[in-house]
Write a protein that binds this ligand. Sequence first.
Ligand code: ADP
Ligand code: ZN
Ligand code: ZN
Length: 734
Amino acid sequence: MKYAMVLVNIKGLGVKTFSYLIPDEMKDIIQIGQAVLVPFGRQGLINAFVVGFSDYIPGDFRVKKINRILDKTPLFSLKYLKLLEWVANYYCTDFVTVLNTALPMRLIEKNAKVELAVSLIKEDGEGLTKRQKEILSLLKERGKSSLIEFEEIAKTTRTTMKKLADTGFVKIEEEYIYRNPLSIFKDVPVEPLYKLQGEQVDAYEGIKSKFKSQNPILLHGVTASGKTEVYFKLIQDVLDEGKNVLFLAPEIALASQLTKRLARKFGIKDVAIWHSSIGEGEKYDVWQRLYKNEIRILAGARSAVFAPLQNIGLIIIDEEHEGAYKQTNPAPRYDARVVARRLAQFYQAPLILGSATPDVSTYYYASNNNNLFEMKHRFNNSPLAKPQVINMQEHGKAAYRNIISKPLQTEITETLERGQQVILLMNRRGYSTYTQCKACGTVIECPDCSIPMIWHASIKQLKCHYCNKEMTFPDYCPQCGSDALSTSGVGTQKIEVLIKELYPNARVERIDSDILTKKNAHIELLSKFQRGEIDILVGTQMIAKGLDNPNVTLVGVLSADSGFSVPDYRASERGFQLLTQVAGRAGRGEFKGKVLFQTYNPEYYAFQSAKSQNYEKFFETEIKSREEYDYPPFSQIVRLIISSENNFRAEKSSMEIAMKFNSMTEKFGFSEYVEVLGPTPCVIEKINGFYRFQILIKNKLSQKGHDFISKFLNKITMPKDIRLAIDVDPLDIL
Ligand code: ADP
Ligand code: ZN
Ligand code: ZN
């Protein structure tokens, strides 16, 4: 081939591909995935990655030559690029956007081999050692600023360099030091795997018998049924065959916990972690080790699905129902489960999805394919606490500040007296949920988003949960001028305050995304709770997952119906999942657990099934309504959000798109299978000053329909003042 397409990352331009001529001497060695140096305008030589070849380029402009290959070992393969290409097609976005998400930028920005960037300050080396002089003259030869490469920076060189820096001969501008993220576990001896028991054996054998199945396998097991130990046994088998394992958890804290557990069982040498917050240097290092096949098990959050793990023999996605597997913003709006499924097909490896409360679609497909395995009991046979419902229509009046009911208060008191711990779930952050004028009824909304501003007592500001805009509490109603403004509704901050008033001697802490401004605050609080240094933990859904604390015997949900009332087809599913998950935190050890749901709608079906902890019952009802209204799994949804600062323009554009699409579906005979709904204003009509309209496309023709839709969407061009976001399989339609 004559030309190489290379990927560069340039300030202001972002990640782009360009074509370069391949010099004859490189023709035999150049490969996809290699790091190269290329000339780029006034910037001189910059780093790039080879992503493709061609014999022909459009246009007749002069193409420059690749300067040199930095590293013969490629950092990704053609197979890898194929996967990314598939993702771009499926999510109706461009390849470079996907690459941008998948590749750690350090790989592109910096020379693959650079470890130290130094500049020379003094040239003459009187009284220096021979080696020091050598280095100085090397730097002098190369010009003032130099990148010292990997081979040259063997340990001794680095020490020498440090000395030179200390004595003022050179200045070290930047340094990348590899840190092993797991080094803290260095001394932990490897523990043997547990012998599986009872239901675990059946699940293990069942799953094993489906390893060759092309479809995802679902392990539906109640919380603490021992699913993780089943995964471990399966992992061991796959490692024994010489293959590698990718293991995803929905979020960073859970991925870290999991990595520790994996390291203890399989040894730290073979295990690595990957998520968006590990340092760039570390990412770079893990990436190289992955590519060299030095890592056998990779654990991580969503983005780990793009790490270049080789020779995959098994993919596990735990807590598969979690929304965190889907990236909603920015594009690519991918779902790690969907990408993992594709990856599994590439490697002909099994994909196991695990959950106590599976996604309705996952459950539907797995049971239809006979790929469903269940574990209905906790491993230690401690009974699942049956939630008790507190009807707030009766108990509301007598409740503390109408919020914390008498029965819940009694249970909290007794739990504290026994020296045990309490979890209180309030799935809304902030202090109150809205501020209203008692004279005219006006609700104070964010000026840029059409949602109520929420009072945050801790910072004494009203805050918008969409754009984070803050404002001081107004003295007068902006509508009628009355001063009768008051806050209503409840958020986590208020619960924290009320609980502290009721239990002044208890150690109370709060976890919600408002505390996440401090890095790791959330993880620290969770481990404090785990160590028994917190008596009552108040929080949003962030406390509903992962916590495995045998001393927690009471879980209270303050406003159990809050999730169900949202106008979204998945609201019941999410509400059911949240209640079931949080209930599963109670009584995991030897002590019996209690769960209390406070609600104003005790009869609601999803609520009833959460109460009886009966997934099948919930599924039966839910799947019927999905079928009736053609929602997933009976259709695939593509959501278009058209937004603009100009309300009228946004609406007009959306109508044009819908009309064009409708005439296309008719023309090509798709109208029976591909349905267009809208445009309608989004439930949240305005965010950040942008008016939002949505079009929902329901596709009942799987792949063929999707191809048709994406072909259409790829052709749409939007005027500059209008944004179009395409979301394939959206998490919600709000
Ligand atoms: P899940 O993943 O379903 O929530 P885990 O696998 O974490 O459940 O198991 C719950 C608890 O039971 C853990 O502390 C685990 O170590 C223990 N456990 C599970 N299976 C076994 C086994 N076969 N032998 C001994 N302990 C086990
Ligand atoms: Zn008013
Ligand atoms: Zn706002």
